[in-house]
Structure formats: structure tokens, C-alpha cells
Ligand binder design. Structure first.
Ligand SMILES: C[S@@+](CC[C@H](N)C(=O)[O-])C[C@H]1O[C@@H](n2cnc3c(N)ncnc32)[C@H](O)[C@@H]1O
Length: 377
């Protein structure tokens, strides 16, 4: 029998991508889920409590910053906010909704701790929402969202990402996909442990390394010889550093030729941030964007047609397509849907609350990244 329990997911930037990532993660692992409510960067999701491992989930998701278990959905007058045995605790309340409701709940907490003779010290500061880096392991964090009260059970560890970025032997920050985005792309592909994932634009291999950490075998291709050597060094390093048994292989060539090196029907998933034209210092002009887009369209066509030969049936391809921002809030991209039609690919349907492509961008991004999840028809 399933014991469904409600959890509050707090997402970071680009919350719709984070939600799609979380759903893909559950689907890949056959975890039963139900999206109860989504409001901006927050979602209430029911999951089977028996299989819920908050800390593991959050370490594998790139877009979720906190997970809380819902303690109350309205009347909290009988709520027992702390079940531990300590008589001295530290706590904080992060408000994601009505400040008055939050203050009322804080009063409830204070009187409850007093009545139970628990010395409860509230974390000082003028933050109404704690950032993951401010949450130490001995702190109990309550989350207030509308009339929901939750308690954090897992928070992301951005310092670990930073440490990995610093310790990785070879970096090229103009080419690297961020760890956060890499994880999102990997999860969107629904790849499972021990399967084989391809990144046809491997760069220095951040996507490959993050996949290896999740026990996935990887193949990368890159057109640049020096970059391939960097990726080999980086993948070797992560394997040793984290004592991994996963395999990696790097190929130096144009990805349009990848079917020469990779067996047909052998790839379980593709996750990639392709080359998106020359580095842009400033916003691109409309004409330059049209020229770059045209060139990229050709490259996407030949690489996707090569990928199509090596994919297993139903394998998913997660691929970013650039949408160039030009002056006066213009946008230039190429007709990716027409290209998919020609190559016999289709966009997948994940869940009714998700529609691809999803846009991954900041307000000042020169390129909006459109994330597509596709598979062969
Ligand atoms: C945005 S970077 C990829 C970053 C990478 N996904 C990561 O995880 O860090 C794009 C890479 O594509 C490579 N590239 C460009 N055109 C290519 C082609 N036709 N075939 C293979 N690689 C290509 C570039 O050398 C560059 O390293």
C-alpha cells in the first residue's frame, strides 16, 4: 500500500524547469507522485513516504533548494512542532507567504516551546527566508506557505558545487555547463543508474562528471582536441576522487560523425548544452543573430541526425536551443520544430503541468536557453 505524504518543494531560479526536473526524477525511478499545488517557486507534491529519501533527492536535483514535510494545512492548534528529545534547540521560520500568518505561527511556537520547557533559540537576523547556506544541520527550519506549515527535511548544499568547481583539474568557464544546469539536464533525460548517457558537445565534461556521480556511464564527443583532453582529465579525477565504478569514454571529432564511433541502438539518453555560437560580450544585433542561427540550424540538423542512429528506442534527448535576445527586446531563433519533424523526432509529454520547451534564463542573459526533451517517433 502506498502511504502518500505531502512535501513542500522550494525551487531556485527558473522554477518551471526545476519542477519538470523533479517530475522526471520521480518518473525515472517509478516513484508515485501527485502535484497538488504549484505557486511560483513552490510546489506541494505528494510522494510515497516509504520511498522518500529527502537528502538523497536534493543532492541529485539541480533545481530544488529545500524540501519540507508538511506538518499542517490550516488549523495548527494541535500541532507538535518538535518531537526530538533535546531540551535546548535552535530554530528559524522562513516565510513564503502571508507575514501576519507567519507571525501568528511564531507566537504559537514560542508558547509551545515554553509550555514544554524547551529552551528554543530563534535564529537572529532580518532574513525572512533562510538561504540554504545559512541552515546548519542543528537548526530546525519551519516553512510557512499560505496556510501550510512545513519543516525542512533537506536543503541543497551549494558549497559542495563550488568546491567541485574549484577542485576540478581543468576548467573553461566560457564553455562549462554549470553543475546546477548539468544536473537538471541529466534528470530531465530520465536516465537511470548503470545506463549510458551521451553528451555530443562534451566541453570539459561537467555534464559527464555529474552523471558519473549518479552512477551513470558516459560518452562525450567534442570537436576540440584540447577540450577533449581536459574532459578526460576531469572525468578521471571525479572517478578517483569519489571512488566511482562508472565508465567514461571521450571521442575527438565533429559530432556529426559520432555514429562512426558509437554502436547503433546503444545510447539510453542524451543530455547536452551544444555550442551556441561565438562568445557574446554584448547583446547581438538582429542580423548577426540571424547569421549565427542559420549556421547553428545546420549543425543541429547534422548532429541530431547522427544521434538518431545511436539512440535506443524511447531514449530521451535533452537539448538546449538558443534564442538570441536582440535590442528592443527582440528574439531570434531557428525553427526547431520543423527540424524535429524532418528528423522524425517529437517533443515528449511529461505531465500536464509541464510544456517543453522550457526557458532557462536570467533577466540579463544574452541568450535564452530553450530546453527541449525529445525522442524518436
Ligand atoms: C557549451 S560547450 C559544452 C559544455 C559541456 N556540455 C559541459 O558539460 O561543460 C560546447 C562545446 O561544443 C564543442 N563543439 C562545437 N562544435 C562541435 C561539433 N560540431 N561537434 C562536437 N563538439 C562541438 C565546443 O568545442 C565546446 O567544447
Amino acid at each position: 500500500m502506498n502511504i502518500m505524504k505531502k512535501y513542500l518543494f522550494v525551487f531556485g531560479r527558473n522554477p518551471d524547469v526545476s519542477l519538470a526536473e523533479a517530475i522526471s526524477y520521480f518518473v525515472a525511478r517509478n516513484l508515485i507522485y501527485k502535484i497538488e499545488l504549484v505557486v511560483e517557486e513552490l510546489a506541494i507534491i505528494s510522494l510515497d513516504e516509504t520511498f522518500f529519501k529527502g537528502k538523497k533527492i536534493i543532492s541529485q536535483l539541480g533545481g530544488t533548494v529545500k524540501i519540507g514535510e508538511i506538518l499542517s494545512e490550516g488549523d495548527y492548534s494541535d500541532l507538535i512542532p518538535y518531537m526530538g528529545s533535546s531540551s535546548k534547540i535552535k530554530y528559524a521560520v522562513s516565510s513564503y507567504g502571508n507575514p501576519e500568518y507567519t507571525l501568528e505561527f511564531e507566537d504559537y511556537l514560542k508558547s509551545w516551546f515554553k509550555s514544554e520547557r524547551i529552551k528554543a533559540q530563534k535564529k537572529k537576523g532580518n532574513l525572512d527566508r533562510l538561504m540554504p547556506k545559512d541552515i546548519s544541520s542543528d537548526l530546525i527550519e519551519y516553512l510557512v506557505f499560505g496556510k501550510h506549515i512545513a519543516r525542512s527535511v533537506a536543503v541543497s548544499k551549494p558549497a559542495k558545487y563550488k568546491q567541485r568547481d574549484l577542485k576540478r583539474p581543468e576548467n573553461d568557464f566560457l564553455k562549462n555547463t554549470s553543475i546546477r544546469l548539468s544536473k537538471m539536464l541529466i534528470n530531465l533525460s530520465q536516465v537511470k543508474k548503470k545506463e549510458l548517457l551521451l553528451d555530443p558537445f562534451a566541453g570539459t565534461g561537467v555534464i559527464l562528471q555529474e552523471a558519473m556521480l549518479s552512477k551513470i556511464n558516459v560518452i562525450g564527443v567534442d570537436i576540440d582536441n584540447k577540450t577533449v583532453h581536459s574532459a578526460i582529465k576531469n572525468c578521471g579525477w571525479i572517478k578517483k576522487e569519489y571512488n566511482l565504478k562508472t565508465n567514461f569514454k571521450l571521442i575527438h571529432d565533429d559530432s556529426s560523425n559520432l555514429a562512426k564511433y558509437i554502436e547503433s541502438n546503444s545510447i539510453d539518453a542524451v543530455a547536452t548544452e551544444p555550442y551556441m555560437g561565438p562568445y557574446l560580450e554584448n547583446m547581438i544585433t538582429h542580423n548577426a543573430a540571424l547569421i549565427t542561427s542559420k549556421k547553428l540550424e545546420k549543425m543541429y540538423f547534422s548532429v541530431l541526425s547522427a544521434i538518431s542512429k545511436v539512440l535506443k528506442r524511447n531514449a530521451k534527448v535533452v537539448i538546449i536551443v538558443p534564442n538570441f535576445r536582440t535590442k528592443k527586446d527582440g528574439r531570434v531563433t531557428f525553427n526547431f520544430n520543423a527540424l524535429l519533424d524532418k528528423l522524425n523526432f517529437e517533443i515528449i509529454n511529461l505531465d500536464k503541468s509541464v510544456k517543453f520547451p522550457l526557458v532557462y534564463a536570467d533577466s540579463d542573459s544574452k541568450i535564452e536557453r530553450q530546453i527541449y526533451v525529445i525522442s524518436k517517433k
